[in-house]
Design a protein. Structure first.
Lengths: 354, 354
């Protein structure tokens, strides 16, 4: 009389998502003592150049805002081919180069770090593997404490990269930046997000072909990471936009049948504009799936996931968690294996034969 | 016996595409004399920060490679919300800030330029309107000589922005960079591309739903501009990727039914890797529409458009032209008006009420 269908085994990705509060705590405890060495390494330098690809690049985009806005340090993302293919000679003796790679083994990132050192930069690595080539070659290696990550989509390594970059920004900025205290609130905030029912969001996504994701400022990295994870895990092209870029032109693509995922801040100067964007996209015929934001923003969304109640400056470290949960459920609804997307390996390379 | 069907009137966009050789010549002639003033303004500064949105942002991405690789000047793209919403205080007294906007009236760009000056930066504007707010407030205004642009999609203003940024890079770099001589070849190269039959490319695009665009290095800006133009003009989401980013993860979305537009260099260290990428994408089931590149690359494409025969460093200034032509024809095939896409204005703003 009973059916023999088994409940699905928990995916590795779901397990690793759930490990994130502990991973964040371990990483904070491990890296806080590096504060003085980071300050000393930055002495006499004026700016930070971040080197990364993929999810690590999205963590670096977050770090750029944190460094410029909260720490007052000019920061930018490197174009790795300038180093690896064009072999430009730049004077980087005013620069701290921060290379981010969960494996610490992506050849392009290792090579770009070597180039930066030859150009006069001081170097910091952020990786999850203490004896990786990237860590071994850096002036100072920050090793995230995510533990082994088995599922191909980066979850806990991504979140702990942001923690490590937060420790870096705290060290480079003024003593009263408040970053350290705010970072300390992140693990509990992540814990508080894990029980949320994300099935309505996964259901909304499963039924549509055209998905865009948008955010801005501190939350831009979260929006881009949400889009990238959806592409990697669910095998569909998903475009992530700064909402400013979206308004500047591509908003013309938004119409009936589009689902817009908006990643919003609960606080700060961009919280209110995101509510206006939700109104505008719905007026164009799109359905809006909101993540985080103000209560007024939540009311404007067709489907809504709660974000963390944290200051905007550290909110992105936690706000990716409901997105990860939603994407894991979406992949299963689509009959896909979130742990092993088609055609990807855990150590990613960007060139053939490298 | 004869049909009464009218040949379609030529669109404004097509006329403006055809005006580009003359617009490039006028802009070069007008801006070359600014070389010494640009050098003087950069004196004592070490790096360039580019401020832009939309098509102008894609021109700025090209300029970043030209500045770093050919001129040896560290360069990066600004995050405007750092200025306009977060009002960060950064020390930019080592920085030349270059703001790019065809109208010179986008409030966000004007405001970011003001912020940069307050942070100690020297400022250069690149716009097509000599008495625009952006030009009026800059230390040095470079006015492109595109003439009035009526069609909403930027064509000749985009191309002449790249010419202006080329003059800038020539001025800031060493005397033997070769940029000035190479730029001088651009107008004739553009002229040589205008007669090409782009209908097979437009036909290939009209029949598919999923389109991605990829390029890398100097040609990355061209790839992103091709994707943006397709979005704005043809009302479909199109994702543009660095080929390195594509290989790093989202390549998992490429399969049957995807059309991949690859923008390739004819010369330089990335020419050969693009041929490998074409092979890889076809092996995954995609059709490949190639633009430019080596003869070996062209042979690997299902449909191919010729690019200019120029050094990679200035190739992007001309290589956008066949893409513009193809997109104009595509819009007409889709029954759309390329001159007036839905929901866009000529002076773009990125925030409500600004």
């Amino acid at each position: 009389m009973s059916t023999t269908a088994q409940p699905p085994a928990r995916t590795q990705m779901a397990s690793e998502i759930a490990e994130q509060p502990a991973a964040a705590r371990r990483t904070l405890d491990h890296l806080r003592p590096e504060r003085e060495r980071l300050r000393a390494l930055f002495q006499g330098r004026r700016r930070v150049l971040l080197v990364a690809r993929g999810s690590s690049d999205n963590a670096a985009i977050y770090a750029r805002y944190l460094l410029e806005v909260s720490a007052g340090v000019p920061a930018a993302l490197a174009a790795p081919s300038v180093a690896t293919h064009y072999r430009a000679r730049l004077d980087l003796d005013d620069t701290l180069v921060v290379s981010v790679s969960q494996s610490g083994s992506t050849a392009e990132i290792v090579e770009t770090q070597e180039w930066a050192r030859a150009c006069g930069a001081a170097t910091v690595s952020v990786s999850n593997v203490a004896d990786s080539p990237l860590a071994a070659a850096a002036d100072l290696a920050l090793t995230t404490q995510a533990g082994p990550e088995v599922a191909v989509p980066a979850t806990k390594t991504y979140l702990t990269q942001m923690v490590a970059l937060g420790v870096l920004a705290d060290a480079l900025g003024p003593a009263d930046s408040g970053i350290a205290a705010d970072l300390g609130r992140v693990p509990d905030a992540v814990d508080g997000l894990l029980g949320q029912d994300v099935e309505p969001a996964a259901e909304a996504l499963a039924g549509v072909e055209r998905v865009i994701v948008s955010g801005r400022g501190f939350l831009l990295g979260t929006a881009l990471e949400t889009a990238l994870k959806m592409e990697e895990t669910c095998l569909r092209p998903v475009r992530g936009y700064s909402y400013a870029d979206l308004r500047h032109g591509p908003i013309s693509v938004v119409g009936d049948g589009v689902l817009a995922v908006l990643v919003a801040a609960a606080h700060g100067p961009l919280a209110e504009p995101m509510a206006e964007l939700a109104d505008d996209l719905r007026a164009r015929g799109a359905r809006v799936l909101g993540l985080g934001g103000t209560p007024a923003f939540g009311e404007r969304c067709d489907v809504h996931l709660a974000g963390p109640d944290l200051p905007e400056t550290v909110e992105p470290v936690a706000s990716i968690v409901p997105a990860q949960m939603m994407i894991e459920r979406l992949a299963l609804r689509l009959g896909l294996d979130p742990d092993n997307p088609r055609g990807l390996n855990k150590v990613t390379q960007t060139d053939v034969g490298r």
